[in-house]
Design a protein around this ligand. Structure first.
Ligand code: 5RP
Length: 287
């Protein structure tokens, strides 16, 4: 793989089984298919609902396999923790969509979900999962979401889909934050993926100039409005060697709602789909 994790403690490879599964049918984007999980001895419906792609080039079916394997592994990790009172936080994006599809199978085992975007709320509700407002619950037991980049300290860049603010709010509220990625998202250092910054529309120019002062090259994401009615600046070329400080510095710019660095509140567990199986990682010791 082109991007190597840096000094991560590999905790487990117990879910190799997911990558050795066989498919009875393989169809193109947006189609319904069915695949067989021989290890579990049962079949379940699969929706290949491809979400907006943010990376250059086509996303291979292998990458989709890895995303789905990570999502299913996250489900297996949280299932024993669920009670009929549990509220589950659910992220946004193609990997999170695989998680929603898996979560549907155990919807009778928890109370409700809080959604990090309108799109996620719609998908959850369409599958019969009760969605509640974050203000209506005392505890979000676990939040599961994807990421655009993840490093060895489980610090992340998120917001490629523009849902970063609600994602950060739910991650902050959650007792546990599980991030699900395919291995292409792993990086030595954050910053190859442009950092999304959500901005109050009237402050766009002001914030862009401040981001340039910080060494970045902000690009206005055209024809995009967040669920909160704001705009996004995607910031290229930022030096993210100290992500916690940069996260704070950008959030301190007047007009910024928040930015896509999840460094202060990083993931507690990273679930990585790889060609050879699923790996679970926690932050390196001493971080
Ligand atoms: C949306 C996000 C997503 O989690 C991130 O963009 C990853 O998306 P995908 O799973 O489709 O690769 O932060 O705002």
């Amino acid at each position: 793989m082109s991007r190597q994790p840096c000094g991560w403690r590999k905790q487990d490879r117990f879910l190799r089984a997911f990558c050795s599964r066989t498919r009875s049918k393989k169809k193109g984007p947006g189609s319904e298919g069915e695949f067989t999980s021989p290890q579990r001895g049962k079949k379940f419906a699969r929706t290949a609902n491809f979400w907006t792609k943010k990376r250059e080039g086509p996303v291979s079916n292998d990458q989709e396999h890895m995303k789905e394997a990570a999502a299913i592994a996250a489900l297996e990790a949280i299932e024993p923790k669920l009670t009929r009172e549990t509220v589950v936080g659910v992220g946004t994006g193609s990997t999170a969509n695989y998680f929603i599809d898996a979560l549907t199978r155990i919807k009778h085992k928890f109370d409700a979900a809080v959604a990090s975007s309108a799109a996620t709320a719609e998908r959850l509700e369409s599958r019969g999962i009760h969605v509640i407002d974050l203000n209506a619950c005392n505890e979000v037991r676990v939040y599961v979401d994807g990421a655009d980049e993840a490093d060895g300290q489980l610090q992340l860049i998120k917001g490629g889909g523009g849902a970063l603010t609600r994602e950060k709010i739910i991650a902050s509220a959650a007792t546990e934050f599980i991030c699900i990625v395919d291995e292409t998202k792993l990086v030595e250092q954050l910053g190859t993926f442009p950092l999304p910054v959500e901005v109050i529309p009237m402050a766009r120019g002001l914030v862009a100039r401040s981001l340039v002062m910080l060494g970045g090259q902000p690009i206005y994401r055209e024809h995009f409005v967040t669920d909160n009615g704001n705009v996004i600046l995607d910031v290229h070329a930022l030096d993210l060697t100290t992500p916690v400080e940069t996260e704070r510095a950008i959030n301190n710019i007047t007009g910024v709602v928040t930015n896509g660095l999840f460094a202060q509140r990083c993931a507690d567990l990273l679930v990585i789909g790889t060609p050879s199986g699923v790996e679970l990682r926690t932050p390196s010791r001493g971080s």
